[in-house]
Write a protein that binds this ligand. Sequence first.
Ligand code: GDP
Length: 459
Amino acid sequence: MISLEDTIAAIATPIQPSGIGVIRVSGIDAISILEPIFKGSEKAFKKSESHKLQYGWIHDSGELVDQVLMAVMHAPNSYTAENVVEVQCHGSPIVLKKILNLIMKNGARIAEAGEFTQRAFLNNRIDLTQAEAVSDLIHSNSEIGAKLAVHQLQGKLFNYIEAVKKKVVSIASQIEASIEFPEEVLELNTREGYMHRIDNVCSDLRKMLSVADQGRRIKMGFLVAIIGRPNVGKSSLFNTLLQEQRVIVTSIPGTTRDSVEESIQIQGLSFRLTDTAGIRHTGELIEKEGITRTQLIRSKADIVLVILDASEKLTEGDQTLIGNLDKGKTILVINKKDLLTHEFPDWYESVSSMKSVLISAKNGDGCKELESYLFEIATQGIGLPTYEDFYITNLRQQDAAEKALSALEKAKKILLYPNGEEFLAVDLRSCINALGEIVGETSSDDLLGQIFSEFCIGK
Ligand code: GDP
């Protein structure tokens, strides 16, 4: 179990020359550690001054280190629910480290990754989904991803889980009472009533699970595999979409032997483009490895762009590739439009049943249309999260919600037959535990340690 006795400190901003830098201190001694090294208003550390910026200097035995603004936040009204002091100094790595050292000399220890947020969680200021939202927000790579993280930080997922849990607790306590007082056996009509109530909770959970994959994709970025035989223009398209020269483009087939990944933003969503090695038969060892990876990426991809060369005939390889694809997540990108003498290549009819777009990676013609298609596939059937929406955004939450649902499914089966109240109670308890895992009520120390270790230092 992590100790809450120590006072912890860390530099919370990147350690590089910048306008300002922030050092954060949290714990029982935060105030007494700062008092001897801060020179400013005498009232600065008084409770009445909580959450107000104080102007002054940090000094080392009288020698001035930097001019600062300092905020003292008295417990429990702070990020960690402990006494917190934040010092805003000039963003010089030397000054930041000097101030941190003074703070440590006075009794603080360096905070572990995520330890401030972990304290906020352990002190019950936030639940585990809100703690995870802090990390998601810091690492968010798209506007909509950030929006989902903010919704989770507001406690929307937590409130939903708590409401669902309350329903199950109410059913479980009535069932448990009927075990204690056997004269109140479950009559057929009560059984139907329970069935109805459990069904209702199941649909709450299913609703939440139905958007879990989408939540994860929004958070991580939609994986877009760019595939096709060598020389059709995969790397050129990759560069055009990225608007920079990231990949070497040559006219010798097989230049991209590995996969390269970069993100682009389309209407607030993040798409992770992977330029893959050309799919073709080859005897060369490195390229074979590249091709194996291509096939792997294709199967993992959320969206597949199959690139075809408009200036050439469709090869047998192209046709096999098209034939083996999932139409719902594939866009045929017919490249090198600029080389066409007619509006379409003469084989166009044979692929016209698929979603396709004619482009020139060389001059960017058609790329906007391609981007609209990418956005359309990413949001098809689900749309975009609105203000009220919250999505499950990680596997941990998803696994626990699935566990909760399957416990309820088991409970429903038991309800179909007379007796078995004890088993019913056990399943309802495991559902409650699984829901508790999502918000961190029933999570093990190891799991919590693992979650917070992925945070940044100073958060
Ligand atoms: P990859 O092997 O599929 O990655 O293909 P590359 O992007 O390396 O391109 C192969 C060749 O096709 C290069 O000489 C490119 O300049 C050329 N190329 C790519 N896209 C276009 C295009 O839209 N129009 C024309 N005319 N040439 C292109």
